[in-house]
Ligand binder design. Structure first.
Ligand SMILES: *[C@@H]1O[C@H](CO)[C@@H](O)[C@H](O)[C@H]1NC(C)=O
Ligand SMILES: *[C@@H]1O[C@H](CO)[C@@H](O)[C@H](O)[C@H]1NC(C)=O
Ligand SMILES: *[C@@H]1O[C@H](CO)[C@@H](O)[C@H](O)[C@H]1NC(C)=O
Ligand SMILES: *[C@@H]1O[C@H](CO)[C@@H](O)[C@H](O)[C@H]1NC(C)=O
Ligand SMILES: *[C@@H]1O[C@H](CO)[C@@H](O)[C@H](O)[C@H]1NC(C)=O
Ligand SMILES: *[C@@H]1O[C@H](CO)[C@@H](O)[C@H](O)[C@H]1NC(C)=O
Ligand SMILES: *[C@@H]1O[C@H](CO)[C@@H](O)[C@H](O)[C@H]1NC(C)=O
Ligand SMILES: [Zn+2]
Length: 923
């Protein structure tokens, strides 16, 4: 599964929270999961019955006012001990109780006489009239279920065809615990079995499942439907079973072993994904040294989807939004997403489908590899992207202290109930494991990593694995490669310190410039802060869970700028508090964590930071590997926001950016600026101080790529441009704004905007709008007025106070065209978008406070917006005085206090900043 939505949501959350607006509904979301706790025994199946083979026959009614299905299963199973009861999973299925019975091999029948269902565990226990001896049986069941609209189990989806008609389809999402919504089953990953699936459907629909079609029946006169019977699957877990019944069309390779299915009106947009699938399949077969182990691979693009995509064996399903790539209108990020998600799901065909984890606590064995190879293989599909260099960024996504709303919890911990299982698939699981597996690969070398994975897949195929099975194979590889092992570390011991504890280490480097001794220590950086700003306690499955890690250490120095070898040279371990490296030249800088392959942050003593700053600000800066330049930028940012670095050193380091033009370094900066800078710029003084400076840092980059759209730009240039367009214009860069204006005029004159990427369009509208003459402006309103929400999106960017005022007046007019929700979004947009507008909007709201607060019911919300956007102390005072009715409100008091503290912090920061500027002037 690819939970792309989680990641996107997180990014949004971050962006919002750091604009310091209060987060909402967060607590309610958290508490939902604490409804009940049940013991391990009661939420797992007894294990007395083990399924061998399922025969599943389903008749879905994909019809409005029905959306149900009839089902019939015959499950061959092995009863280990004699028993009078049988338990299995089931959810929202209604059994025909007279039709449920067990039959022994010799034809003896046992009727079910009692059904007991437990809601929270979703386990049905049936009892029989007499004791049943151990042995092989078939369980017969007849039931009905719902083709639901919850996007789990067997669910419905729809799209609008070219004639404006709504067309329905039915599809499945079984991971993690939803197969039980489609048929009674032993729905745990270790109960692997084979499956024969048969589906009866209308002849204008196609049924797909994991396997190719075995045979199709003739049309049944009574209901004008036909059966599609699929071949028997390999031995597999229930969660990777799937079927789709749709009127989709396909594109396929010559022997039909790779097909992409989608609704017919989006066919051109599936070609890119198809090409990635073709290439990635070959690369993965080469890498794993094994074929797919399934006869065909269908990729189906579904209009309504819960999480990014699902790796069902032989039948991958995708969220349409993430898979489609339109060469004209999609952005370069869309392209990246399509490539990554296809590779991610294809990787699962081995890591997950051929070898599956025994239980959900080890799901990182699936998601870690899929998330790692989505970089590694995409890098091979598109070598010019230099995609592996993009991987360490994700580590930073977790590591950055701004990420306080997400807990850096262990990637493996006990889960039992369906809700807990659902929760383990969080953003940490995907990003951290990807980083950890990359680290492991560098610890043991590319070659050992690769060979061990081939062995791991081969030895555990069609079966279930534990982390130990993986570590074991890698250990063998290490032991057979003396130059790697040096007898210093044990793979299992090392990796367990990373898997079973949350948070991450900060490695501190202190040098003695007289003796030449360099001392390296580790400490934990706690990441898990709840709404009350308290560090929560995470349960730790390891006995010796001591907040210490096995940390691979390697380094480069000024005289030995070898950034190529990423093997560890030393180890920090839970056993030793520190290690000492001798013989570093006192004049040299040192950089720890070559190419940023270790999953940790590094802080140095001041002298070393200063040496690095000096070097970076020299023409030699490129001798430091680009990933380590990115590391310095990211780590120093973390150090300053956690008060571990002073501003002078930080600014000296960042000052080098005026030389830097590599996207790999700028990528994290774009994130940092987006979030952090916005706060500074949202204050009167911050804007004055930072704006010219940041523009200066970026100027070289602007010059190196320009702002014009050029479809022939390479991948990196497109990414860079897409980002700098926004930044340059938001900082008021003249050339940027003029280019945006020219582009917008072209769109308006030639009505050709749909031939350009959506991000370019957006940018042209946002930043080009202010320099339109009146006739063009009216033309724009005429063209766009069909879609009111799009209009207020780009009206946010208008500078002309008269226009903004008109627009604001519309929100409070008696016959306002906006709903209350619209209006809130408009204010929110204006507060977020341009800091130059904040005070103007605040003044408007305060002037009309009585009207706004009485007529619309969102005074409280607006009060919070205003407080969190107050540009200085005086403004905050003024707002406070106006909001008398909220003066007693606890929430508002907290907001005011919070903003006061922020402004005080900025004041101090701005003081330091000015002092630093003085030192620059002196030189
Ligand atoms: C079967 O019975 C034996 C002996 O009573 C017991 O030890 C074992 O745990 C049982 N197995 C299962 C799967 O219930
Ligand atoms: C759906 O259609 C089937 C077949 O016509 C019928 O048996 C069933 O009762 C219908 N279900 C509902 C909820 O209408
Ligand atoms: C179990 O689920 C059913 C259907 O959702 C509901 O009607 C019933 O109240 C639930 N029982 C308990 C004990 O929660
Ligand atoms: C398939 O045929 C049925 C019955 O003729 C019709 O109601 C339905 O709309 C058709 N569906 C599609 C997707 O063509
Ligand atoms: C399952 O499908 C296979 C074809 O792949 C067929 O040979 C076999 O008879 C089927 N098994 C059952 C129990 O229907
Ligand atoms: C896939 O598409 C081709 C070309 O349109 C078509 O001939 C073929 O029947 C389709 N395959 C299936 C299984 O529908
Ligand atoms: C926060 O602290 C308050 C008071 O101590 C407590 O009532 C509340 O439950 C806490 N909330 C969370 C989410 O821990
Ligand atoms: Zn996945």
């Amino acid at each position: 599964m690819a939970k792309i939505k989680t990641l996107v949501a997180l990014l949004l959350l971050l962006a919002r929270s750091l604009k310091t607006f209060p987060l909402e509904d967060e607590s309610s979301e958290k508490n939902e999961n604490l409804d009940w706790e049940i013991s391990e025994e009661s939420c797992r199946l007894s294990g007395n019955a083990v399924p061998i083979h399922y025969d599943i026959k389903l008749i879905p009614y994909i019809e409005e006012n029905n959306f149900t299905f009839d089902g019939e299963t015959i499950t061959r199973l092995n009863l280990k001990n004699m028993t009078r009861t049988l338990d299995f999973h089931s959810l929202e299925l209604t059994f025909d109780e007279t039709g449920v019975y067990l039959e022994s091999e010799d034809g003896q029948k046992y009727n079910a006489i009692d059904f007991v269902y437990v809601n929270v565990t979703e386990i049905m226990t049936i009892s029989f009239e007499k004791v049943i001896p151990a042995g092989i049986y078939s369980l017969y069941a007849k039931f009905t279920g719902i083709i639901n609209d919850q996007l789990t189990g067997f669910y419905r989806s729809s799209y609008t065809n070219d004639y404006g008609e709504k067309v329905w389809l039915a599809t499945t999402q079984f991971q993690a615990t939803y197969a039980r919504q489609a048929f009674p089953c032993w729905d745990e990953p270790s109960f692997k079995a084979t499956f024969n699936v048969s589906i009866k459907h209308r002849t204008n629909y196609t049924a797909l499942s994991n396997m190719p079609v075995y045979e199709r029946s003739t049309i049944d006169e009574s209901d004008e439907k036909m059966w599609t019977h699929f071949q028997k699957t390999p031995i597999m877990s229930t969660y990777t079973l799937a079927f789709v019944v749709s009127d989709f069309v396909n594109i396929s390779n010559t022997d039909d072993t790779i097909r992409i299915w989608a609704r017919s009106n989006i066919l051109p947009s599936i070609i890119f994904g198809y090409k990635v699938a073709l290439k990635a399949s070959i690369l993965l077969e080469e890498y794993t040294n094994s074929s797919m182990l399934i006869p065909k691979m269908d990729h189906v693009v579904i209009p309504d989807y819960r999480h990014g995509a699902m790796e069902n064996w032989g039948l991958i399903t995708y969220d349409e939004k993430l898979f489609l790539y339109n060469p004209n209108t999609s952005t370069v990020s869309d392209k990246t997403m399509t490539a990554m998600i296809v590779v991610h799901e294809l990787t699962h065909q081995w890591f997950g489908n051929v070898v599956s984890p025994i239980w959900w606590n080890h799901i990182w064995l699936n998601e870690g590899f899929a998330s790692f190879f989505q970089y590694y293989i995409t890098d091979k599909v598109f070598p010019s992207w230099r995609f592996m260099e993009m991987l360490p960024f994700h580590l930073q996504l977790i590591i950055h202290p701004y990420n306080i709303n997400s807990c850096d919890k262990p990637i493996s911990y006990n889960v039992c109930s369906p809700t807990e299982i659902e929760d383990i698939f969080d953003v940490i699981l995907y990003t951290k494991t990807q980083s950890l597996l990359n680290m492991l690969r560098h610890i043991v070398s590319e070659d050992v990593f690769h060979r061990s994975l081939i062995n791991y897949l081969q030895k555990n195929q069609y079966s279930n694995a534990l982390p130990d099975d993986l570590f074991h194979e890698i250990q063998i590889g290490v032991d057979n490669t003396p130059e790697i092992s040096r007898g210093e570390f044990n793979v299992k011991e090392v990796m367990e310190t990373w898997i079973y504890q949350g948070d991450y280490p900060l490695v501190t480097v202190k040098r003695n410039y007289v003796t030449g001794e360099t001392t390296i220590t580790q400490e934990i950086v706690k990441q898990c802060i709840d709404n009350n700003n308290t560090v929560s306690i995470i349960k730790c499955d390891l006995n010796e869970c001591n907040d210490k890690w096995w940390i691979p250490i390697n380094y480069a120095t000024e005289t030995d700028t070898n950034f190529l070898s990423t093997l560890p040279i030393h180890w920090l371990s839970p056993k030793n508090d520190s290690i000492i490296i001798n013989g570093i030249n006192a004049d040299d800088w040192i950089i720890i964590n070559v190419q940023q392959t270790g999953h940790y942050q590094v802080n140095y003593d001041e002298t070393n930071w200063i040496k690095l700053a000096k070097y970076l600000n020299s023409p030699n800066y490129e001798k430091i590997h680009v990933l380590n330049r990115a590391q310095i930028i990211q780590d120093s940012y973390s150090m300053i926001v956690t008060n571990r670095m002073n501003l002078t050193i930080f600014l000296d380091l960042y000052n080098y950016l005026s030389r830097e033009i590599d996207y790999i370094v700028w990528r994290p900066i774009f994130e940092i600026f987006h979030i952090y800078l916005h706060q500074f710029l949202g204050t009167t003084e911050g804007e004055k101080l930072f704006k010219p400076h940041v523009l200066n840092w970026m100027n070289n980059l602007f010059e190196s790529v320009g702002f014009d759209f050029d479809p022939d730009d390479d991948y990196r240039t497109q990414l860079t441009k897409s980002n700098i367009r926004k930044f340059a214009c938001s900082l008021g860069h003249l050339k940027c704004i003029m280019t945006a204006n020219t582009q917008l005029i072209e769109f308006l004159e030639f009505s050709n905007k749909d031939q350009y990427p959506s991000d370019l369009k957006q940018w042209a509208y946002y930043y080009g709008i202010n320099n339109l003459n009146e006739s063009m402006f009216n033309k724009l309103l005429n063209i766009e007025s069909k879609n009111i929400s799009e209009i207020y999106d780009f009206l946010n960017f208008i500078e002309d106070k008269n226009v903004i005022e008109k627009y604001l007046n519309m929100t409070i007019a008696e016959n306002s065209p906006f709903t209350t929700e619209n209006s809130i979004e408009i204010y929110e947009g204006l507060f977020y978008t341009r800091y130059e507008t904040i005070n103007f909007v605040t003044d408007f709201i305060l002037r009309n406070w009585d009207t706004i607060n009485s007529r619309k019911s969102f005074g409280f919300k607006l009060a919070r917006f205003m407080i969190f956007s107050a540009t200085d102390k005086n403004k905050l005072q003024e707002i406070k005085l106006h909001l008398k009715e909220f003066n007693e409100d606890k929430e508002i008091i907290k907001c005011v206090k919070n903003r006061e503290e922020n402004l005080m912090y900025y004041e101090q920061l701005f003081g330091d900043f000015k002092a630093w500027l003085k030192t620059k002037e002196l030189k």
